[in-house]
Design a protein around this ligand. Structure first.
Ligand code: HH2
Length: 298
């Protein structure tokens, strides 16, 4: 029995030599990767205003690398429910100085944007991943992404941030999200973006109620059948508040637990605010389930 469980979880990690190509980086997917969040925004749902100053954002980014982030995700526009749109020039003013200052860090920089102009400018400044919560649906976004050599994260969202939490409805949320992601991946490939550059993401909290989010966490093995690496972004989100009864500033433990649940069910990348805590938890997870773990000399 115990060995069945080990095999089941271990097998979701038998990725052979699966890699993600992100600009000049080739990321091996033989262990869960941690994407650390750097929100250069005044209004993000959990850390709005903390890193809106470029210098503080860059310091925070370096701290996240020291804590064990494998990727940094830089965002200049909040996508929290009800968030106001940010003009392109303002988004660029927020993110470009930060990406410029991080040009030589040893981990790939991801730009969290849906705007084609921001994608191109961030790529020129050194970004290696485009993380698009609209899955390249804005006019010109597919073409812009195809012109770069970035990896692309295609996320599912129902509606847009202003309307997405108005009673979202699905017949079968896992199947519908899977069909959407497969279609977006096919369109991206049709535009010339190679499969090795694609990541998919069910979009926790983006047009989903608490039951939908739960189903999409439990449904990760089904989404894995699409054969693309999955990014899971549950960190500090309101679903964790629903599960624990805790406000956003007290969701670190729940966030770490959700990251472990996601990687156990096959997520390749977890997008998190609390890198140090997640990194230690994943080290223990790896020592338990991953054939390629390592011990430290102590
Ligand atoms: N969640 C947020 C933002 N970007 N990108 C992906 N791929 N997946 C996610 O789940 C995801 C995302 C929301 O979190 P955060 O950036 O902390 O908040 P805000 O949008 O308010 O800035």
């Amino acid at each position: 029995m115990a060995s069945d469980v080990l095999t089941a979880i271990g097998e979701s990690w038998t990725r052979g030599d699966q890699v993600l190509i992100a600009g000049r980086f080739t990321l091996r997917l033989n262990r869960p990767l941690i994407m650390g969040v750097v929100n250069v925004t005044p209004d993000s749902f959990s850390d709005g205003g903390q890193y809106v100053d470029a210098k503080r954002a860059v310091e925070h980014a370096h701290a996240l690398i020291d804590e064990g982030a494998d990727i940094l995700d830089i965002g200049g526009e909040s996508t929290r429910p009800g968030a106001a749109e940010v003009p392109e020039s303002q988004e660029l003013d927020r993110v470009l100085p930060v990406i410029d200052a991080l040009a030589n860090v040893p981990v790939p920089i991801s730009i969290d944007t849906s705007k084609p102009g921001v994608m191109c400018a961030a790529h020129r400044a050194g970004a290696a991943i485009i993380n698009d919560v609209f899955a390249l649906r804005l006019p010109g976004a597919i073409e812009a992404a195809a012109q770069t050599d970035c990896a692309i994260c295609l996320m599912h969202m129902r509606g847009d941030p202003r309307t997405m939490q108005d009673e979202p409805q699905y017949q079968d949320v896992v199947a519908e999200v899977g069909v959407f992601l497969a279609e977006r991946a096919a369109l991206a490939q049709g535009a010339g973006i190679k499969r090795e550059r694609l990541i998919i993401d069910p979009g926790y909290g983006f047009g989903k109620n608490k039951y939908h989010n739960r189903a999409l966490l439990r449904g990760l093995p089904e989404l894995r059948r699409l054969g693309l690496p999955i990014l899971a972004g549950l960190s500090r989100k309101s679903w964790l508040g629903r599960v624990t009864g805790r406000p956003v500033e007290q969701r670190v433990h729940a966030s770490v637990a959700s990251a472990l649940a996601a990687v156990s069910l096959g997520a390749a990348i977890v997008r998190v605010h609390d890198v140090a805590a997640t990194r230690d938890a994943i080290a223990v997870w790896e020592a338990t389930f991953n054939k390629e773990f390592r011990f430290y000399d102590q």
